[in-house]
Write a protein that binds this ligand. Structure first.
Ligand code: C2G
Length: 151
């Protein structure tokens, strides 16, 4: 810890559904940019707004992220607009996202440092769903439920 009086606070957001190594590496690298990592985990209602349907419900996804040694605090992400408020509430120095969001949050540079980290290639929640679905015993010609198509 660089400065216990003014710990350097880092903030990131995500859905973290079917938690995988890409999520783990992003959180580990994000925590390395400061002393304390704050994570906004998308609520189920916010994911509906994002056009996503999760396999794992919010309470479990939040508990998994909170159990990680790199994570200092987890809170719900309910809408796109709450980020500036969260930056002020948690006294954030660095905002971090994977580079699939590159440029999307540059407007936050007015409030703190903004960093985009390279994603981990070859793994995603969508690819896990694609591999899991056939294993669910549904026959190939059975129409796939809409939720299976969501990222
Ligand atoms: N990630 C990664 N490598 C992967 C997959 C994801 O580094 N192979 C990163 C993403 O870039 C993101 C974080 O892991 O920073 C969480 O990814 P998702 O759960 O897919 O988050 P998303 O649904 O994109 O939510 O307000 C922002 C949104 O909440 C972001």
């Amino acid at each position: 810890m660089t400065n216990i009086i003014h710990p350097k606070n880092v903030l990131t957001y995500g859905t973290y559904d079917l938690f995988h190594v890409g999520h783990a590496r992003l959180l580990e690298r994000a925590s390395g940019l400061g002393d304390r990592l704050f994570v906004g985990v998308s609520s189920d209602s916010f994911n509906a707004i994002k056009g996503k349907e999760c396999v794992i419900p919010y309470d479990d996804r939040a508990e998994i992220v909170a159990a990680l040694r790199h994570v200092h605090h987890v809170f719900p992400e309910n809408d796109w607009e709450q980020k500036v408020e969260d930056i002020q509430r948690y006294n954030i120095d660095v905002f971090v996202m994977g580079d699939d969001w590159a440029g999307e949050f540059d407007h936050l540079k007015a409030h703190c440092e903004v960093v985009y980290l390279p994603r981990t290639e070859g793994i995603s929640t969508t690819s896990l769903k694609d591999r899991l679905y056939p294993l669910s015993g549904s026959s190939a010609d059975e129409p796939r439920p809409a939720s299976a198509k969501l990222r």
